[in-house]
Design a protein around this ligand. Structure first.
Ligand code: GLN
Length: 281
């Protein structure tokens, strides 16, 4: 079997199993089995697979057909133009979370931002993307999961950011050593009844009955964790904008708060900027 035939065959099986983006997935798996780049794959499409390569590839396709996400099979996912190591201890970075990074970078052009905290960092994709794009900042990346912090550690090292992105284990804002200028978080916000069957850790997705348990908890812990003109950027899900704005408004009545939608028109990021110090909530 040559590479072209291998692609066609696996694309057909993936399609039969209702897997979206079957062409992309087949290509990712074949490149992983052969350990080759995209360019190498497509310039030598008629190259024959060895029996071992064929076996390896079939095994990868089998895992994908059984429901394992391709990012876990290959150990990679691209986010904000960079490659990240992922495993089943962490949420697979989503393209829509790039809006959170965009918003943070945009803010850093307008306000002095020296210290950032990424709460619930998972594989570290957001923390690393911010540190790469904002070279003057220090980023504290926290997570309650030791296994997730291990993954984030690999990514921090891979991107040469040891020392600039500091990993802290703990719940929500508790591990922060000092107030920061910006808090970003892609906390779990999926309703417990709507968790996707992706094999991703529920700890990274489950936001309780209404999806807002974790976000509400973070809002309640903000006091003393932001510098006087500090900001918060939270990723949210469909239809959660209004509820999150009122949660934040209750804690910080005088802050400036807005909701931004993603390319699909879905509420995706809530931004909060302190104007004066806030009241206790
Ligand atoms: N965007 C993810 C999803 O829809 C959820 C991520 C999260 O809970 N933070 O599956």
């Amino acid at each position: 079997m040559n590479r072209k035939q291998a692609l066609a065959q696996s694309r057909a099986s993936l399609t039969d199993h209702n897997i979206d983006d079957a062409s992309i997935e087949a290509e990712l798996l074949l490149r992983h089995a052969l350990q080759i780049s995209r360019a190498e794959l497509f310039t030598e499409l008629t190259c024959e697979l060895s029996p071992e390569q064929e076996k390896t590839f079939q095994q990868l396709v089998k895992r994908r057909l059984a429901g394992e996400p391709s990012a876990y099979i290959t150990g990679h996912r691209e986010f904000y133009g960079n490659d990240f190591y992922v495993n089943s201890a962490v949420l697979i970075p989503r393209p829509e979370s790039e809006l959170l990074v965009d918003k943070a970078i945009e803010l850093a052009r307008k306000r002095a931002i020296a210290a950032i905290a990424d709460i619930g960092t998972g594989c570290g994709a957001i923390a690393v993307s911010l540190a790469l794009n904002l070279p003057e900042t220090t980023v504290y990346a926290t997570d309650i999961s030791a296994a997730a912090l291990k993954v984030a550690g690999v990514n921090i090292q891979r991107h040469g950011l040891t020392g600039r992105v500091r990993l802290l284990r703990g719940n929500m804002l508790a591990p922060l050593p000092k107030p920061v200028d910006l808090i970003v978080a892609n906390l779990p916000y999926v309703k417990e009844s709507e968790l996707p069957p992706t094999g991703e850790p529920p700890l990274a997705l489950n936001g309780g009955m209404d999806g807002l348990d974790k976000i509400a908890r973070l809002c309640g812990e903000l006091n003393g964790k932001l510098t006087p003109r500090g900001s918060v950027l939270l990723e949210i899900g469909q239809g959660q904008g209004e509820a999150v704005v009122s949660l934040l408004r209750r804690c910080l009545p005088s802050a400036q708060i807005e909701v931004s939608t993603d390319l699909g028109g879905i509420d995706r990021v809530v931004s909060l900027h302190l104007t004066v110090n806030f009241t206790n909530c």
